[in-house]
Structures are given as structure tokens and as C-alpha cells.
Design a protein around this ligand. Structure first.
Ligand code: LMR
Length: 348
């Protein structure tokens, strides 16, 4: 609104009003200058809550991009599968309906990259540093490069952490799993792991998992504690067993056409902000899982079981055949490369 010309305001009160109008108009034009209309909008869709390693890394990415581009590049984040879930987010990315996703590595097999399921092999990694040898090495980079076959660009990896098992009973030995319907991600390796334990795997999108647990469609599931807590699964599961049997991590992907439409300098800016945001995500992942575990203890709804070394070893033995049985699906060459990379870990 432009203020009336001063000459039109005779009385002091009117003059004050005129000055207030002038001040408001000046402020409005200044703040418009401070926040330019974004030239580029990045729509980032993911399926988990904001208070998770992924949610917090995505928010950090937005902050860095908006600061460094001075508002020229805007990032819109859609958490909690608000926009797209596990079934349709890849298609949405390929069609250009969103620009960035961070699916778990377990979700790439279903779209034609079964080699990514090597990350799901149970009891393969002892600590996140082992995973890092893969993701930061040649093997990890070759996996990301594969994504171009589907018009995707893999921009980087980051962690959530190790998965735990939940149900309405403790899951400490293979016999405890027999007959349970366990929700799994769409990974044949994870499904085979559940079968090896005597359970029935049921593939469901993440956003439907809590409801399926509440209604009894499934009996249990697996996830790092930050996902378990932020989805309020503790309200519908009496027992959480700290099995740490497998890794859950993510790859950030974008659409190749969209990526190449950006100026090289913008790709560099986005790439750098993303690397920093993912490093931040890695840094806080453990803390977020620890915080979630502490909150779970405090809530008192769910018994938390720590396994002995012997109990973990028995679970590991029960699922060991999965490595051999799924080697063909993952690809023998990829399995060989994986063994080589892990050997380097053992030799220092
Ligand atoms: C799941 O579906 O269980 C997880 O991949 C969710 C996520 O993205 O952490």
C-alpha cells in the first residue's frame, strides 16, 4: 500500500498516520529486497519424521542452501511421506514432480538395482566405520554411478544406524521369531533374513507400518530406534530387542534431467551444501538413536532387551545362509568386491 502524499494530511494526527504508512511501505520494500523471489526451488521429499537423522540432515541442507544462495535457491521439504511414500516417490522423482529423495539403500533393489541390497546383509558390518569403507570407496561410487541407468544421479550416502527388532515379545533367539509376521522394506535380502529366522516377511511402505502394527496386520518389525520412537511404534509394541543385526542408511538422489538443467555453479553449491548436511547427519545419527532410546526408557511402554554376545552369535548363525543364498541376486562380482573391501578393513 503506498501512503497518501503528505500534502493531503493536514492535521498532526494525519501526519503521524502518513509517517507510519511511509515507514510501513519502506519496511515492506526493504524486506522484499532482503528476500528475493527464489529462482530455483528444490522439492525434497522423504518418509520419516523431522526429528530423525534424515529429517535433521534435510533441514540442515535447506538452511545451508538458503543462506549461501541468499534466498535465490529455495528448498521445500516434505517429511513423513506427506507428498509421496515408498510406492510412488521414485516415480515422482523420475517424472520431475519432486527433485530430491533420500530413500534407504534397501529400496533400490525394487527399482532395478539389486546390488544395493548388499547393505542389507545381516551381521555384515560391525560398526558404521565398516560401512564407510564401502560408501566412501570405489565400490560405493560405482554403485551410485549405476543409478544413471534409470535417469537418476546419486549425490551421496549417509547413515541412520543399526536396526533393532521389535514385536510383542522378546526376540532373543531364532525360536522367538517363528510364525511372526514381520514388516520389512522392499528388499529380498531382508525378506530372506526374516525367513531364515522362521518369520513371515510382509513388505509394507514405512508410512503404513505403525497402523499395520496397531491393527495386528503384522506382529513386529525392524528399524533403528529413532524411526521406532518418532513413529510412536512403542505404543503398539511391548518389546524392543537390541539386536543390531543390520545397517540402515540412505542415498540422496535427484533426476538427471533436472540436475543437468542447473548451472554448473549451482550444482557445485548444492553439492557442497549436501556434503556438509550429510556429514552433519552422520555426526548426529548416533545421538538421535541414543536420545530415542532414552525417551523410550522414560516412556516405560516397551521392555528393552540387550542381547548377550552368545544370543547375537546364535542369531547371526541362523541368518548366515542368506549371504550365500542371495549372492546371485546381488551379483557375484559385487559380492566379490564387497569381500575385498571388507578384507581391507580386517588388514587395517
Ligand atoms: C523403512 O522403510 O523402514 C526405512 O527405510 C524408513 C527410512 O527412510 O528411514
Amino acid at each position: 500500500m503506498s501512503p497518501l502524499p503528505f500534502s493531503a494530511c493536514a492535521a498532526p494526527a494525519d501526519r503521524r498516520q502518513w509517517l507510519r504508512g511511509l515507514a510501513a511501505a519502506t519496511l515492506a520494500s526493504t524486506s522484499l529486497r532482503a528476500a528475493p523471489t527464489p529462482e530455483i526451488t528444490l522439492r525434497f521429499s522423504h518418509v520419516v519424521a523431522e526429528e530423525t537423522p534424515k529429517g535433521l540432515a534435510a533441514n540442515r541442507f535447506r538452511l545451508l542452501i538458503e543462506q549461501r544462495s541468499g534466498g535465490r535457491i529455495q528448498v521445500l521439504i516434505y517429511p513423513d511421506a506427506q507428498l509421496y511414500g515408498d510406492h510412488d516417490e521414485m516415480q515422482a522423482l523420475q517424472l520431475g514432480a519432486v527433485d530430491l529423495l533420500a530413500p534407504s539403500l534397501s529400496k533400490f533393489g525394487r527399482i532395478g538395482f539389486p546390488e544395493f541390497e548388499l547393505f542389507d546383509l545381516p551381521f555384515l558390518f560391525e560398526e558404521v566405520a565398516d560401512v564407510r569403507r564401502i560408501t566412501q570407496g570405489r565400490l560405493g561410487q560405482r554403485l551410485l554411478a549405476r543409478l544413471s541407468h534409470q535417469g537418476l544421479v546419486g549425490l551421496g550416502y549417509f547413515d541412520n544406524g543399526f536396526k533393532q527388532m521389535s514385536a510383542n515379545r522378546p526376540l532373543l533367539a531364532p525360536a522367538d521369531f517363528v510364525g511372526l509376521r514381520m514388516r520389512v522394506q522392499a528388499s529380498r535380502v531382508i525378506a530372506a533374513q526374516m525367513r531364515a529366522l522362521g518369520a513371515h516377511p510382509v513388505t509394507l511402505p514405512f508410512s503404513e507400518t505403525r497402523r499395520a502394527l496397531a491393527s495386528g496386520v503384522v506382529d513386529g518389525t525392524e528399524n533403528p530406534v529413532s524411526n521406532f520412537w518418532t513413529q510412536r511404534m512403542h505404543e503398539v509394541q511391548t518389546d524392543l530387542s537390541l539386536t543390531e543385526h543390520g545397517y540402515l542408511g540412505y542415498a540422496v538422489v535427484t533426476n538427471q534431467r533436472f540436475w543437468m538443467s542447473l548451472a554448473e555453479s549451482d550444482r557445485a553449491l548444492i553439492g557442497q551444501a549436501l556434503r556438509e548436511a550429510l556429514a552433519f547427519g552422520n555426526l548426529i545419527a548416533d545421538t538421535q538413536n541414543d536420545k530415542a532410546l532414552a525417551a523410550l526408557h522414560a516412556a516405560g511402554t516397551t521392555r528393552i532387551h540387550t542381547l548377550t554376545d552368545g544370543q547375537r552369535a546364535r542369531l547371526a548363525r541362523a541368518v548366515e545362509p542368506v549371504h550365500q543364498a542371495l549372492a546371485n541376486r546381488i551379483g557375484l562380482q559385487w559380492m566379490d568386491d564387497l569381500r575385498q573391501a571388507l578384507k581391507q578393513r580386517l588388514s587395517g
